[in-house]
Design a protein around this ligand. Sequence first.
Ligand code: NAD
Ligand code: SAH
Length: 422
Amino acid sequence: MLSVIVMSNVKDMSLADEGIRKINWVQKHMPVLEHIKKQFEEEKPFEGITIGSCLHLEPKTINLGLTLQAGGAEVAMTGCNPLSTHDDATAGGAALGLNMYGWREETEEEYYKTINQVLDHKPDVIIDDGADMILVLHQERKELLSKIQGACEETTTGVHRLQAMHNDGALKIPLIAVNDAYTKYLFDNRYGTGQSTFDAIMGTTNMLIAGKNVVVAGYGWCGRGVASRADGLGANVIVTEVDPIRALEARMDGYRVMKISEAVKHADLIITVTGNINVISGDDFKNMKDGCMLANSGHFNVEINRPDLESQSTSVSEVRESIEEFVMKDGRKIYLLADGRLVNLAAARGQGHPAEIMDLSFAAQALSAKYIIENDLEVDVIKSPDELDYEIAGLKLKAMGIEIDDLSDRQKVYLADWQEGT
Ligand code: NAD
Ligand code: SAH
């Protein structure tokens, strides 16, 4: 095991060898990030730069940290969810020279303490997921703002929060909305969430999906992926939405669409992926069938109103790892997975999206971080530049051995000429 002295606060360094084995495994399946890592090793774009991150801490994320480190950065990392950290991966990352802070099952106080420990490194660039670190920076660590050259945000709700902050004039740093890169949301949110949500639900419950009524709340990029995987597994899919266009799309994709108040009556399994609060609350719990299972794969722990569920139940117990049984006053039993936090990452068996998907998302993060330090950006919420997207897609296709066509000169002329084609 390589031994480097770093500042770290992890659960157990004796897990480092196992963590490194897992990091080595994902590296074999992240060819785009490996390519960028080699480029960074030669170019050293981050010499003298400190990068602080707040991302789900597991082997693929450590590989992002190692990529930034290869580019010369000092890297400090903490988790963006108190339940999603893999303690072997953080030990492995620390042994490989990254400054790692955090462990699985942090209290809220510990969660914010480790965010502050990363900020103590005085980062030049921040990579956030959900915007918690950027909020702490603006509210409690204002003295660090002037050194920050920019930040990247990984997820939809994080971008929404930061856009709202910018609209209020409260955002003080340039922000690249990495979530809004095509090579991020089209693949990570859709296929990543689709697969990893069912990986985690099936691993946690050991239940069959075929023949079940699966309700998907929210038909955005994540919802489309979750519904399509549920369909592929043989479920009867019901979608709930608040947006008429997306509701129509779900209907034409072949799913039943109805109000959540009606859908809960049919549901064997409900998966929320809206980014919104109280999507399942109050009377919804009263109308559920005995045995209904609830999982969230959207945002934090707010989509399923746990206090409402608790107030209607007579007892709560953990009946299997990451499954709580709520016995309702009329005797029905309702099951909540992973405390209502992102089931694909927070369930004990959750491993998040596969490496091939995080290869794209983290390639977008690595190149966006480089873009920040190479450009003098203004305070704004900026979509990740298209040229980075096309570079990443091209590298991924190459790694997959897929070739595509080029436009001929004649085709270019034809496409640009408004008089032709009639
Ligand atoms: P999106 O904006 O594309 O889709 C969200 C959809 O939910 C929208 O169509 C919206 O109309 C709908 N919606 C909002 N409130 C609703 C309600 N009360 N009932 C029904 N539908 C409602 O967003 P997205 O990219 O699909 O992301 C969804 C959430 O998942 C976000 O919080 C995002 O941060 C998170 N996310 C999670 C993972 C993961 O690994 N689990 C991955 C990517 C994104
Ligand atoms: N941090 C908040 C916000 C949602 S996290 C929370 O925990 O509730 C959703 C993000 O997790 C997605 O945008 C996705 O890119 C990221 N993610 C999914 N699988 C991952 C993995 N295996 N490793 C790291 N991040 C992952």
